[in-house]
Design a protein around this ligand. Structure first.
Ligand code: ADP
Length: 531
Protein backbone atom coordinates (compact mmCIF):
# COMPACT_ATOMS: atom_id res chain seq x y z
CA UNK A 1 0.00 0.00 0.00
CA UNK A 2 1.36 3.46 -0.90
CA UNK A 3 2.29 5.75 1.97
CA UNK A 4 -0.41 8.21 1.01
CA UNK A 5 -3.03 5.43 1.09
CA UNK A 6 -1.96 4.46 4.59
CA UNK A 7 -2.06 8.10 5.68
CA UNK A 8 -5.47 8.53 4.16
CA UNK A 9 -6.77 5.39 5.86
CA UNK A 10 -5.31 6.40 9.23
CA UNK A 11 -6.80 9.84 9.09
CA UNK A 12 -10.16 8.37 8.08
CA UNK A 13 -10.03 6.00 11.10
CA UNK A 14 -8.96 8.88 13.34
CA UNK A 15 -11.98 10.91 12.13
CA UNK A 16 -14.35 7.99 12.75
CA UNK A 17 -12.97 7.54 16.25
CA UNK A 18 -12.99 11.24 17.01
CA UNK A 19 -16.58 11.83 15.90
CA UNK A 20 -18.09 8.57 17.07
CA UNK A 21 -21.18 8.84 19.32
CA UNK A 22 -19.58 6.22 21.57
CA UNK A 23 -16.64 6.78 23.86
CA UNK A 24 -13.62 5.05 22.32
CA UNK A 25 -10.68 4.55 24.61
CA UNK A 26 -7.54 2.53 24.23
CA UNK A 27 -5.27 1.35 27.00
CA UNK A 28 -2.22 -0.83 27.45
CA UNK A 29 -2.22 -4.14 29.23
CA UNK A 30 -1.44 -2.46 32.53
CA UNK A 31 -4.60 -0.42 32.19
CA UNK A 32 -2.96 2.91 31.30
CA UNK A 33 -5.03 5.01 28.97
CA UNK A 34 -3.40 5.65 25.61
CA UNK A 35 -6.20 7.38 23.67
CA UNK A 36 -9.46 9.15 24.63
CA UNK A 37 -11.87 10.50 22.01
CA UNK A 38 -14.31 13.44 22.12
CA UNK A 39 -17.25 11.27 23.23
CA UNK A 40 -15.13 9.89 26.10
CA UNK A 41 -14.53 13.51 27.14
CA UNK A 42 -18.26 14.22 27.00
CA UNK A 43 -19.32 10.99 28.72
CA UNK A 44 -16.78 10.87 31.55
CA UNK A 45 -16.01 14.60 31.93
CA UNK A 46 -12.19 14.29 31.65
CA UNK A 47 -10.36 15.94 28.75
CA UNK A 48 -7.97 13.79 26.69
CA UNK A 49 -5.03 15.58 28.37
CA UNK A 50 -6.42 14.74 31.82
CA UNK A 51 -7.15 11.10 30.98
CA UNK A 52 -4.27 9.91 28.78
CA UNK A 53 -1.49 8.38 30.88
CA UNK A 54 -3.83 7.78 33.86
CA UNK A 55 -5.00 4.30 34.79
CA UNK A 56 -8.41 3.24 33.53
CA UNK A 57 -9.38 2.77 37.21
CA UNK A 58 -9.97 6.51 37.07
CA UNK A 59 -13.48 5.83 35.76
CA UNK A 60 -14.18 2.54 37.57
CA UNK A 61 -16.25 2.82 40.77
CA UNK A 62 -14.70 1.29 43.90
CA UNK A 63 -17.06 -1.65 44.05
CA UNK A 64 -16.35 -2.62 40.43
CA UNK A 65 -12.53 -2.42 40.46
CA UNK A 66 -12.28 -6.23 40.20
CA UNK A 67 -14.01 -6.13 36.79
CA UNK A 68 -10.88 -4.69 35.25
CA UNK A 69 -8.80 -7.74 36.26
CA UNK A 70 -11.26 -10.04 34.52
CA UNK A 71 -11.28 -7.83 31.40
CA UNK A 72 -7.46 -7.80 31.24
CA UNK A 73 -7.15 -11.57 31.70
CA UNK A 74 -9.69 -12.11 28.89
CA UNK A 75 -7.72 -9.75 26.70
CA UNK A 76 -4.39 -11.48 27.34
CA UNK A 77 -5.95 -14.60 26.00
CA UNK A 78 -7.19 -12.62 22.99
CA UNK A 79 -10.85 -12.93 23.99
CA UNK A 80 -12.99 -9.88 23.22
CA UNK A 81 -15.77 -8.71 25.53
CA UNK A 82 -19.00 -7.66 23.90
CA UNK A 83 -21.86 -5.50 25.19
CA UNK A 84 -20.91 -5.93 28.80
CA UNK A 85 -23.35 -3.85 30.88
CA UNK A 86 -21.65 -2.09 33.76
CA UNK A 87 -21.42 1.18 35.66
CA UNK A 88 -18.70 3.81 35.42
CA UNK A 89 -17.83 6.94 37.35
CA UNK A 90 -17.61 10.42 35.79
CA UNK A 91 -15.30 13.22 36.84
CA UNK A 92 -18.22 14.88 38.65
CA UNK A 93 -18.80 11.69 40.68
CA UNK A 94 -21.92 10.63 38.83
CA UNK A 95 -22.50 6.94 38.15
CA UNK A 96 -23.49 6.16 34.57
CA UNK A 97 -24.67 2.91 33.01
CA UNK A 98 -22.62 1.84 29.98
CA UNK A 99 -22.49 -1.02 27.53
CA UNK A 100 -18.86 -1.93 27.03
CA UNK A 101 -17.18 -3.71 24.11
CA UNK A 102 -13.47 -4.41 24.59
CA UNK A 103 -11.28 -5.75 21.79
CA UNK A 104 -7.61 -6.72 22.04
CA UNK A 105 -5.05 -4.65 20.10
CA UNK A 106 -2.34 -6.85 18.63
CA UNK A 107 1.08 -5.85 17.27
CA UNK A 108 2.41 -7.01 13.89
CA UNK A 109 3.48 -10.27 15.56
CA UNK A 110 -0.02 -10.96 16.74
CA UNK A 111 0.84 -10.31 20.40
CA UNK A 112 -1.80 -8.51 22.47
CA UNK A 113 -0.38 -5.18 23.58
CA UNK A 114 -3.46 -3.38 24.71
CA UNK A 115 -7.18 -2.94 24.26
CA UNK A 116 -9.66 -0.65 22.65
CA UNK A 117 -12.83 0.02 24.59
CA UNK A 118 -16.06 1.25 23.11
CA UNK A 119 -18.43 2.50 25.74
CA UNK A 120 -22.06 3.44 25.03
CA UNK A 121 -24.02 5.46 27.57
CA UNK A 122 -27.15 3.40 28.28
CA UNK A 123 -28.21 5.25 31.44
CA UNK A 124 -31.56 6.36 29.97
CA UNK A 125 -32.27 2.86 28.67
CA UNK A 126 -31.43 1.27 32.06
CA UNK A 127 -33.54 3.81 33.93
CA UNK A 128 -36.46 3.16 31.54
CA UNK A 129 -36.04 -0.60 32.07
CA UNK A 130 -35.93 -0.09 35.83
CA UNK A 131 -39.07 2.00 35.63
CA UNK A 132 -40.87 -0.66 33.58
CA UNK A 133 -39.81 -3.37 35.99
CA UNK A 134 -40.92 -1.21 38.95
CA UNK A 135 -44.28 -0.69 37.28
CA UNK A 136 -44.58 -4.40 36.56
CA UNK A 137 -43.74 -5.28 40.19
CA UNK A 138 -46.20 -2.67 41.40
CA UNK A 139 -48.93 -3.99 39.13
CA UNK A 140 -48.25 -7.54 40.27
CA UNK A 141 -48.43 -6.44 43.90
CA UNK A 142 -51.63 -4.48 43.35
CA UNK A 143 -53.23 -7.34 41.42
CA UNK A 144 -52.24 -9.95 43.98
CA UNK A 145 -53.43 -7.66 46.69
CA UNK A 146 -56.67 -6.84 44.90
CA UNK A 147 -57.43 -10.55 44.55
CA UNK A 148 -56.72 -11.06 48.22
CA UNK A 149 -58.96 -8.33 49.58
CA UNK A 150 -61.79 -8.69 47.08
CA UNK A 151 -62.20 -12.28 48.26
CA UNK A 152 -63.14 -10.97 51.73
CA UNK A 153 -66.53 -9.61 52.61
CA UNK A 154 -65.75 -8.60 56.14
CA UNK A 155 -64.87 -4.93 56.63
CA UNK A 156 -62.52 -5.54 59.57
CA UNK A 157 -60.47 -8.13 57.65
CA UNK A 158 -60.28 -5.95 54.54
CA UNK A 159 -59.13 -2.90 56.43
CA UNK A 160 -56.58 -4.79 58.53
CA UNK A 161 -55.12 -6.42 55.39
CA UNK A 162 -54.96 -3.05 53.62
CA UNK A 163 -53.35 -1.26 56.57
CA UNK A 164 -50.78 -4.02 57.14
CA UNK A 165 -49.84 -4.28 53.46
CA UNK A 166 -49.55 -0.53 52.93
CA UNK A 167 -47.50 -0.07 56.12
CA UNK A 168 -45.10 -2.77 54.94
CA UNK A 169 -44.89 -1.60 51.31
CA UNK A 170 -44.38 2.04 52.18
CA UNK A 171 -41.70 1.27 54.77
CA UNK A 172 -43.75 3.09 57.42
CA UNK A 173 -43.20 2.39 61.10
CA UNK A 174 -46.91 2.49 61.70
CA UNK A 175 -50.08 2.89 59.72
CA UNK A 176 -53.73 3.42 60.54
CA UNK A 177 -57.09 3.54 58.87
CA UNK A 178 -59.57 6.07 60.19
CA UNK A 179 -63.24 6.02 59.27
CA UNK A 180 -64.77 9.28 58.14
CA UNK A 181 -67.69 10.10 60.36
CA UNK A 182 -68.08 13.83 60.15
CA UNK A 183 -70.53 15.18 62.67
CA UNK A 184 -72.02 18.68 62.55
CA UNK A 185 -68.74 20.15 63.80
CA UNK A 186 -66.91 18.10 61.17
CA UNK A 187 -64.84 16.34 63.80
CA UNK A 188 -65.57 12.67 64.23
CA UNK A 189 -63.13 10.11 62.91
CA UNK A 190 -63.07 6.54 64.16
CA UNK A 191 -59.94 4.48 64.41
CA UNK A 192 -60.57 1.24 62.67
CA UNK A 193 -57.30 -0.57 62.17
CA UNK A 194 -53.71 -0.10 63.20
CA UNK A 195 -50.49 -1.63 62.02
CA UNK A 196 -47.12 -1.40 63.72
CA UNK A 197 -48.54 0.23 66.84
CA UNK A 198 -50.80 -0.88 69.63
CA UNK A 199 -54.29 0.47 70.06
CA UNK A 200 -53.23 1.75 73.50
CA UNK A 201 -50.60 3.95 71.79
CA UNK A 202 -53.49 5.88 70.24
CA UNK A 203 -56.18 5.56 72.87
CA UNK A 204 -54.98 8.37 75.05
CA UNK A 205 -54.93 10.93 72.22
CA UNK A 206 -58.48 10.52 71.05
CA UNK A 207 -59.33 10.56 67.38
CA UNK A 208 -57.65 12.88 64.88
CA UNK A 209 -59.61 16.08 64.63
CA UNK A 210 -60.58 18.19 61.70
CA UNK A 211 -57.15 19.87 61.62
CA UNK A 212 -55.63 21.49 58.56
CA UNK A 213 -53.32 18.49 58.04
CA UNK A 214 -56.04 15.82 58.29
CA UNK A 215 -58.78 17.78 56.54
CA UNK A 216 -57.39 17.28 53.03
CA UNK A 217 -57.58 13.51 53.42
CA UNK A 218 -61.03 13.33 55.02
CA UNK A 219 -62.40 15.61 52.32
CA UNK A 220 -61.08 13.17 49.74
CA UNK A 221 -58.52 15.56 48.21
CA UNK A 222 -55.27 14.29 46.72
CA UNK A 223 -52.81 12.37 48.93
CA UNK A 224 -50.62 14.30 51.37
CA UNK A 225 -46.98 13.23 51.34
CA UNK A 226 -44.46 15.10 53.39
CA UNK A 227 -40.75 14.57 54.01
CA UNK A 228 -41.20 16.38 57.32
CA UNK A 229 -44.77 17.08 58.35
CA UNK A 230 -43.64 19.27 61.25
CA UNK A 231 -42.37 21.76 58.63
CA UNK A 232 -45.61 21.69 56.62
CA UNK A 233 -47.37 25.09 56.62
CA UNK A 234 -50.62 23.35 57.66
CA UNK A 235 -48.97 21.73 60.69
CA UNK A 236 -49.45 22.94 64.26
CA UNK A 237 -52.34 25.28 63.50
CA UNK A 238 -54.85 23.67 65.87
CA UNK A 239 -55.38 24.28 69.56
CA UNK A 240 -54.74 22.68 72.11
CA UNK A 241 -51.91 20.46 70.84
CA UNK A 242 -50.66 22.74 68.07
CA UNK A 243 -49.10 19.77 66.37
CA UNK A 244 -48.81 16.23 67.67
CA UNK A 245 -50.10 15.65 71.19
CA UNK A 246 -47.35 15.08 73.79
CA UNK A 247 -46.26 11.45 73.84
CA UNK A 248 -47.68 10.71 70.36
CA UNK A 249 -45.72 8.24 68.26
CA UNK A 250 -43.12 10.43 66.58
CA UNK A 251 -44.09 11.26 63.00
CA UNK A 252 -41.75 13.13 60.70
CA UNK A 253 -42.31 11.48 57.32
CA UNK A 254 -46.05 11.49 56.70
CA UNK A 255 -48.25 9.96 54.05
CA UNK A 256 -52.04 10.10 53.98
CA UNK A 257 -54.30 8.77 51.24
CA UNK A 258 -58.09 9.07 51.15
CA UNK A 259 -60.21 5.95 50.53
CA UNK A 260 -63.10 7.03 48.32
CA UNK A 261 -66.18 4.95 47.46
CA UNK A 262 -67.45 4.63 43.86
CA UNK A 263 -70.22 7.05 44.86
CA UNK A 264 -67.58 9.69 45.60
CA UNK A 265 -68.18 9.52 49.35
CA UNK A 266 -64.99 9.48 51.43
CA UNK A 267 -64.97 6.24 53.41
CA UNK A 268 -61.91 7.23 55.41
CA UNK A 269 -58.18 7.69 55.18
CA UNK A 270 -55.01 5.63 55.34
CA UNK A 271 -52.25 7.30 57.37
CA UNK A 272 -48.60 6.33 57.60
CA UNK A 273 -45.80 7.69 59.72
CA UNK A 274 -42.06 7.33 60.20
CA UNK A 275 -39.84 9.03 62.80
CA UNK A 276 -37.17 9.80 60.15
CA UNK A 277 -37.46 12.44 57.43
CA UNK A 278 -37.75 11.77 53.67
CA UNK A 279 -38.95 8.14 53.92
CA UNK A 280 -41.99 8.20 51.65
CA UNK A 281 -41.31 8.58 47.95
CA UNK A 282 -43.62 9.12 45.00
CA UNK A 283 -43.38 5.37 44.41
CA UNK A 284 -44.95 4.68 47.85
CA UNK A 285 -47.65 7.25 47.31
CA UNK A 286 -48.62 5.65 43.97
CA UNK A 287 -48.64 2.18 45.48
CA UNK A 288 -50.76 3.14 48.50
CA UNK A 289 -53.13 5.14 46.26
CA UNK A 290 -53.63 2.13 43.97
CA UNK A 291 -54.23 -0.16 46.94
CA UNK A 292 -56.61 2.39 48.47
CA UNK A 293 -58.74 2.28 45.33
CA UNK A 294 -58.76 -1.55 45.42
CA UNK A 295 -59.73 -1.31 49.08
CA UNK A 296 -62.64 0.98 48.30
CA UNK A 297 -64.02 -1.57 45.80
CA UNK A 298 -63.69 -4.33 48.41
CA UNK A 299 -65.32 -2.10 51.02
CA UNK A 300 -68.18 -1.22 48.68
CA UNK A 301 -68.70 -4.97 48.10
CA UNK A 302 -68.54 -5.69 51.82
CA UNK A 303 -71.08 -2.93 52.43
CA UNK A 304 -73.42 -4.40 49.79
CA UNK A 305 -73.03 -7.80 51.39
CA UNK A 306 -73.77 -6.36 54.83
CA UNK A 307 -76.79 -4.52 53.41
CA UNK A 308 -78.13 -7.70 51.79
CA UNK A 309 -77.63 -9.61 55.05
CA UNK A 310 -79.28 -6.93 57.10
CA UNK A 311 -82.18 -6.70 54.63
CA UNK A 312 -82.58 -10.46 54.88
CA UNK A 313 -82.59 -10.25 58.66
CA UNK A 314 -85.13 -7.41 58.49
CA UNK A 315 -87.29 -9.40 56.08
CA UNK A 316 -87.30 -12.40 58.45
CA UNK A 317 -88.11 -10.15 61.41
CA UNK A 318 -90.86 -8.52 59.36
CA UNK A 319 -92.47 -11.83 58.41
CA UNK A 320 -92.37 -12.99 62.04
CA UNK A 321 -93.78 -9.72 63.30
CA UNK A 322 -96.60 -9.44 60.74
CA UNK A 323 -97.57 -13.09 61.16
CA UNK A 324 -97.93 -12.43 64.87
CA UNK A 325 -99.93 -9.22 64.32
CA UNK A 326 -102.32 -11.00 61.91
CA UNK A 327 -102.64 -14.06 64.11
CA UNK A 328 -103.74 -12.15 67.22
CA UNK A 329 -107.06 -10.79 65.82
CA UNK A 330 -107.65 -14.09 63.97
CA UNK A 331 -107.28 -16.10 67.19
CA UNK A 332 -109.66 -13.71 68.97
CA UNK A 333 -112.15 -13.99 66.09
CA UNK A 334 -111.90 -17.77 66.21
CA UNK A 335 -112.52 -17.73 69.99
CA UNK A 336 -115.68 -15.58 69.69
CA UNK A 337 -117.03 -17.68 66.82
CA UNK A 338 -116.39 -20.80 68.87
CA UNK A 339 -118.33 -19.58 71.91
CA UNK A 340 -121.21 -18.29 69.79
CA UNK A 341 -121.56 -21.46 67.71
CA UNK A 342 -125.27 -22.38 67.36
CA UNK A 343 -126.16 -19.60 69.78
CA UNK A 344 -127.60 -16.54 68.07
CA UNK A 345 -127.94 -14.67 71.34
CA UNK A 346 -124.23 -14.91 72.17
CA UNK A 347 -123.43 -14.16 68.52
CA UNK A 348 -125.39 -10.90 68.77
CA UNK A 349 -123.51 -10.05 71.97
CA UNK A 350 -120.05 -10.60 70.51
CA UNK A 351 -120.93 -8.92 67.20
CA UNK A 352 -119.17 -5.58 68.07
CA UNK A 353 -116.09 -7.53 69.23
CA UNK A 354 -116.05 -9.50 65.99
CA UNK A 355 -116.34 -6.27 64.02
CA UNK A 356 -113.47 -4.73 65.96
CA UNK A 357 -111.15 -7.65 65.16
CA UNK A 358 -112.17 -7.60 61.48
CA UNK A 359 -111.46 -3.83 61.39
CA UNK A 360 -108.09 -4.48 62.97
CA UNK A 361 -107.28 -7.07 60.28
CA UNK A 362 -108.42 -4.64 57.58
CA UNK A 363 -106.18 -1.90 59.02
CA UNK A 364 -103.10 -4.10 59.10
CA UNK A 365 -103.65 -5.40 55.57
CA UNK A 366 -104.37 -1.92 54.24
CA UNK A 367 -101.14 -0.57 55.86
CA UNK A 368 -99.18 -3.45 54.35
CA UNK A 369 -100.64 -2.78 50.91
CA UNK A 370 -99.70 0.90 51.26
CA UNK A 371 -96.16 -0.02 52.25
CA UNK A 372 -95.73 -2.31 49.28
CA UNK A 373 -96.99 0.49 46.99
CA UNK A 374 -94.55 2.96 48.58
CA UNK A 375 -91.64 0.52 48.22
CA UNK A 376 -92.54 -0.08 44.58
CA UNK A 377 -92.84 3.70 44.00
CA UNK A 378 -96.46 3.18 43.04
CA UNK A 379 -98.28 5.32 45.59
CA UNK A 380 -100.47 7.20 43.09
CA UNK A 381 -102.36 10.36 43.93
CA UNK A 382 -105.62 11.60 42.52
CA UNK A 383 -106.11 15.29 43.32
CA UNK A 384 -109.39 17.13 43.63
CA UNK A 385 -110.63 20.34 45.30
CA UNK A 386 -112.18 20.22 48.75
CA UNK A 387 -112.69 22.72 51.57
CA UNK A 388 -110.52 22.43 54.71
CA UNK A 389 -113.59 22.02 56.97
CA UNK A 390 -115.11 19.38 54.73
CA UNK A 391 -111.83 17.47 54.75
CA UNK A 392 -111.59 17.53 58.55
CA UNK A 393 -115.25 16.53 58.92
CA UNK A 394 -114.74 13.53 56.63
CA UNK A 395 -111.86 12.38 58.85
CA UNK A 396 -113.88 12.79 62.05
CA UNK A 397 -116.78 10.85 60.54
CA UNK A 398 -114.47 7.95 59.76
CA UNK A 399 -113.41 7.74 63.39
CA UNK A 400 -114.75 6.23 66.56
CA UNK A 401 -113.98 8.79 69.25
CA UNK A 402 -116.76 8.19 71.74
CA UNK A 403 -114.33 8.22 74.70
CA UNK A 404 -112.71 11.54 73.85
CA UNK A 405 -113.87 15.08 73.46
CA UNK A 406 -112.57 16.49 70.17
CA UNK A 407 -112.46 20.26 69.91
CA UNK A 408 -112.47 21.52 66.37
CA UNK A 409 -111.25 25.00 65.30
CA UNK A 410 -111.66 25.94 61.65
CA UNK A 411 -111.53 29.24 59.74
CA UNK A 412 -114.72 31.29 59.44
CA UNK A 413 -114.72 31.00 55.67
CA UNK A 414 -114.06 27.75 53.91
CA UNK A 415 -110.64 27.49 52.22
CA UNK A 416 -110.42 25.24 49.20
CA UNK A 417 -107.38 22.97 48.85
CA UNK A 418 -106.24 20.59 46.16
CA UNK A 419 -105.59 17.16 47.69
CA UNK A 420 -106.03 13.43 47.27
CA UNK A 421 -109.09 13.41 49.53
CA UNK A 422 -109.01 9.71 50.38
CA UNK A 423 -105.28 9.74 51.23
CA UNK A 424 -105.32 13.01 53.15
CA UNK A 425 -108.31 11.73 55.16
CA UNK A 426 -106.21 8.65 55.93
CA UNK A 427 -103.49 10.96 57.38
CA UNK A 428 -105.93 12.76 59.67
CA UNK A 429 -107.66 9.54 60.73
CA UNK A 430 -104.27 8.13 61.62
CA UNK A 431 -103.20 11.23 63.59
CA UNK A 432 -106.53 11.43 65.38
CA UNK A 433 -106.61 7.72 66.22
CA UNK A 434 -103.05 8.00 67.58
CA UNK A 435 -104.17 10.94 69.71
CA UNK A 436 -106.99 8.73 71.00
CA UNK A 437 -104.82 5.62 71.45
CA UNK A 438 -102.01 7.38 73.30
CA UNK A 439 -104.10 9.46 75.72
CA UNK A 440 -106.48 8.56 78.53
CA UNK A 441 -110.25 8.42 77.93
CA UNK A 442 -111.97 11.67 78.85
CA UNK A 443 -109.01 13.90 77.93
CA UNK A 444 -109.34 16.59 75.31
CA UNK A 445 -108.07 16.47 71.72
CA UNK A 446 -107.89 19.70 69.72
CA UNK A 447 -107.89 19.89 65.97
CA UNK A 448 -107.21 23.16 64.16
CA UNK A 449 -107.18 23.93 60.46
CA UNK A 450 -106.25 27.22 58.83
CA UNK A 451 -104.25 29.01 56.17
CA UNK A 452 -100.79 30.42 56.89
CA UNK A 453 -99.49 32.39 53.91
CA UNK A 454 -99.63 30.08 50.95
CA UNK A 455 -99.96 26.99 53.15
CA UNK A 456 -102.81 25.05 54.68
CA UNK A 457 -101.85 24.00 58.20
CA UNK A 458 -103.46 21.47 60.56
CA UNK A 459 -102.61 20.71 64.17
CA UNK A 460 -103.81 17.79 66.29
CA UNK A 461 -103.04 18.18 69.99
CA UNK A 462 -103.61 15.59 72.68
CA UNK A 463 -103.03 15.47 76.44
CA UNK A 464 -101.57 12.00 76.32
CA UNK A 465 -98.36 10.21 77.23
CA UNK A 466 -96.17 12.46 75.06
CA UNK A 467 -92.99 11.53 73.22
CA UNK A 468 -89.35 11.80 74.34
CA UNK A 469 -87.14 14.15 72.25
CA UNK A 470 -84.98 11.24 71.04
CA UNK A 471 -88.07 9.53 69.58
CA UNK A 472 -89.73 12.54 67.97
CA UNK A 473 -88.16 11.92 64.52
CA UNK A 474 -87.87 8.12 64.75
CA UNK A 475 -91.63 7.63 65.10
CA UNK A 476 -91.93 8.54 61.41
CA UNK A 477 -89.81 5.55 60.35
CA UNK A 478 -91.14 2.12 59.38
CA UNK A 479 -92.20 -0.14 62.27
CA UNK A 480 -90.82 2.20 64.91
CA UNK A 481 -92.88 2.12 68.10
CA UNK A 482 -91.91 3.79 71.36
CA UNK A 483 -91.31 1.08 74.00
CA UNK A 484 -93.56 2.81 76.48
CA UNK A 485 -96.62 2.50 74.22
CA UNK A 486 -95.80 -0.90 72.69
CA UNK A 487 -97.09 -3.11 75.47
CA UNK A 488 -100.50 -1.60 76.13
CA UNK A 489 -101.55 -0.14 72.78
CA UNK A 490 -102.16 -2.03 69.56
CA UNK A 491 -100.28 -0.89 66.48
CA UNK A 492 -97.62 -1.93 64.01
CA UNK A 493 -95.70 1.33 63.66
CA UNK A 494 -96.58 2.07 60.04
CA UNK A 495 -99.21 4.81 60.33
CA UNK A 496 -96.86 7.80 60.68
CA UNK A 497 -94.48 6.44 58.06
CA UNK A 498 -97.32 6.13 55.54
CA UNK A 499 -98.68 9.55 56.58
CA UNK A 500 -95.32 11.15 55.89
CA UNK A 501 -95.17 9.58 52.41
CA UNK A 502 -98.68 10.89 51.67
CA UNK A 503 -97.88 14.41 52.92
CA UNK A 504 -94.62 14.33 50.90
CA UNK A 505 -96.73 13.52 47.84
CA UNK A 506 -98.59 16.79 48.54
CA UNK A 507 -95.24 18.64 48.71
CA UNK A 508 -95.96 19.26 52.37
CA UNK A 509 -94.48 18.54 55.78
CA UNK A 510 -95.56 16.52 58.81
CA UNK A 511 -93.83 16.80 62.17
CA UNK A 512 -94.45 16.54 65.90
CA UNK A 513 -93.74 18.53 69.04
CA UNK A 514 -94.22 17.03 72.44
CA UNK A 515 -93.66 17.31 76.15
CA UNK A 516 -93.15 13.88 77.58
CA UNK A 517 -95.95 12.97 79.98
CA UNK A 518 -98.04 16.02 79.03
CA UNK A 519 -99.11 15.53 75.44
CA UNK A 520 -98.18 15.98 71.81
CA UNK A 521 -99.02 18.15 68.83
CA UNK A 522 -98.76 16.81 65.29
CA UNK A 523 -98.52 19.34 62.43
CA UNK A 524 -99.42 18.85 58.78
CA UNK A 525 -98.87 21.60 56.25
CA UNK A 526 -98.96 21.71 52.45
CA UNK A 527 -99.37 24.35 49.73
CA UNK A 528 -102.98 25.48 49.21
CA UNK A 529 -102.40 25.63 45.45
CA UNK A 530 -100.50 22.95 43.58
CA UNK A 531 -98.12 24.65 41.15
P1 ADP B 1 -98.72 2.69 65.61
O1 ADP B 1 -99.57 3.67 66.32
O2 ADP B 1 -99.46 1.71 64.79
O3 ADP B 1 -97.72 2.05 66.50
P2 ADP B 1 -97.63 4.98 64.15
O4 ADP B 1 -96.65 4.99 63.03
O5 ADP B 1 -98.91 5.67 63.94
O6 ADP B 1 -97.82 3.45 64.53
O7 ADP B 1 -96.90 5.60 65.41
C1 ADP B 1 -95.59 5.21 65.72
C2 ADP B 1 -95.33 5.35 67.20
O8 ADP B 1 -95.30 6.75 67.55
C3 ADP B 1 -96.38 4.77 68.09
O9 ADP B 1 -96.16 3.38 68.30
C4 ADP B 1 -96.19 5.55 69.36
O10 ADP B 1 -95.12 5.01 70.11
C5 ADP B 1 -95.79 6.93 68.87
N1 ADP B 1 -96.91 7.87 68.79
C6 ADP B 1 -97.63 8.18 67.70
N2 ADP B 1 -98.57 9.11 67.98
C7 ADP B 1 -98.45 9.40 69.30
C8 ADP B 1 -99.11 10.28 70.19
N3 ADP B 1 -100.12 11.06 69.79
N4 ADP B 1 -98.69 10.32 71.47
C9 ADP B 1 -97.67 9.54 71.89
N5 ADP B 1 -97.01 8.68 71.11
C10 ADP B 1 -97.37 8.61 69.81
Amino acid sequence: MAITDIDQRNSMLAAIIEFSEDAIISKDLNGYITSWNKSAERMFGYTAEEAIGRNIELIIPEDRKSEEKVIISNLREGRPIEHFKTIRLTKSGQLIHISLTVSPIKNSLGVVTGASKIARDITQQVLAEELISQHATRLELINAFGRKIVSHLDVQTILQTVTDACTQLSGAVFGAFFYNKIDQKGETYTLYTLSGASKEAFDKFGMPRNTEVFKATFLGNSPVRSDDITKDPRYGKNYPHNGMPKGHLPVVSYLAVPVVSHTGAVIGGLFFGHPKACVFKEEHELLVTAIASQASIALDNAKLYEDVNSLNRKKDEFIGFISHELKTPLTTLKGYLEISRDNLEVLAQVQPKLNKQVRRLEEIISDLLDISKIEAGKLDFSFSRIGLCALVKKSLDALNHADHEIEFETPATEIAVNVDVQKMTQVFVNLLSNAIKYSSPGTKITLTAGQFGSEARFTITDQGIGILPEDIERIFSQFYRVNESKDNVQGIGLGLYISRQIVDGHLGRIWAESEHGKGSTFYVSFPVERS
